[in-house]
Design a protein around this ligand. Structure first.
Ligand SMILES: Nc1ncnc2c1ncn2[C@@H]1O[C@H](COP(=O)(O)OP(=O)(O)OP(=O)(O)O)[C@@H](O)[C@H]1O
Ligand SMILES: [Mg+2]
Length: 275
């Protein structure tokens, strides 16, 4: 619960993940409220994908907590984890869709979270599911592409179909790990605009990693910087300064400590940090 009495939908609390001897995520705390669009920034290897793996229960932190919608995903058994995952929409850099299926069929795989894939493959789905899938495609501006094979759509359109599938899933949390990494600038903007509006209009908690600082500042409510597995800032997008970018991306000089010393948290974000 944060200071405003709102339960974050996504939260890590002092979470650490090691792969062998290497620490990929080091005592990370972060929180995303329903309706918030938060961007995770950080150089390659900073631990962004590991944060997503923790939150989707693919990796268990060796210490600390990972919560989604109030549930300790780091502690759940397989069945309970599957249940929570139904509320978590995932969008990654690529390979989000089944290429040989039409856009609508891909979205239907979201509607039919409980139903086996064969029902989609056999096109055995209820009219209400089909209507929901079409409404979701309309929401992402791709109604006219509903009947086209996913692999015939552009990269940006495919990412928007992936977001439509998350909407059809009626998830309350969206985790997007570099969703615009392979897109041209205009398609990237469309996808980010959509993620921001999904947060604001559908009230989803959206956590998205990006390498483009400019786009992050333009679209996110809040920016969290990760460097060498640690959070080095957690700020409203409007408070982000060039110095913060330097903290994140400049190479440490030989006499600098391994971890940058300056850590910036805006007061509002302190309130948001899970306690
Ligand atoms: N399965 C793994 N086994 C061993 N080390 C791993 C594994 N996955 C990630 N790592 C290491 O953990 C650190 C964090 O990796 P992670 O993939 O989370 O970074 P990232 O911020 O997502 O990077 P990128 O921007 O390149 O996607 C890196 O040093 C990486 O080499
Ligand atoms: Mg990554």
């Amino acid at each position: 619960m944060d200071a405003a009495g709102i339960e974050p939908a996504i939260a890590l609390r002092m979470a650490s993940v090691r792969y062998g001897a290497a620490t990929a995520v080091d005592s990370v705390s972060l929180a995303v409220r329903p309706g918030e669009f938060v961007v995770l920034l950080g150089p390659s290897g900073a631990g962004k994908s590991t944060v997503f793996r923790c939150l989707s229960g693919l990796v268990r932190p060796e210490s600390g907590e990972a919560r989604v919608l109030g549930q300790r995903v780091d502690r759940l058994g397989a069945r309970a984890l599957r249940e929570v995952r139904r509320s978590i929409g995932l969008v990654f850099q690529q390979h989000n869709l089944i290429g040989r299926l039409r856009a609508i069929d891909n979205v239907l795989t979201g509607c039919l979270a409980e139903a086996p894939l064969w029902r989609v493959l056999a096109r055995r789905f209820a009219r209400k599911d089909r209507q929901l899938a079409l409404a979701c495609l309309d929401r992402v501006g791709l109604l006219e592409k509903a009947w086209q094979r996913a692999d015939s759509l552009s990269g940006g359109q495919q990412q928007r179909v992936a977001i439509a599938r998350v909407l059809a899933q009626r998830g309350r949390v969206l985790l997007a790990d570099e969703p615009v990494a392979s897109l041209d600038p205009e398609s990237a903007r469309q996808v980010l605009e959509l993620l921001a509006s999904v947060a604001r209009q559908e009230g989803m908690a959206v956590l998205c990693s990006l390498h483009q600082v400019g786009l992050a500042r333009e679209f996110a409510d809040r920016l969290i910087g990760l460097r060498q597995g640690r959070v080095v800032f957690d700020l409203p997008a409007g408070d982000f300064r060039e110095a913060d970018e330097a903290t994140l991306y400049l190479r440490p000089s030989a006499d600098e400590p391994t971890h940058p010393l300056s850590v910036r948290f805006a007061p509002v974000c302190d309130q948001l940090s899970p306690t």
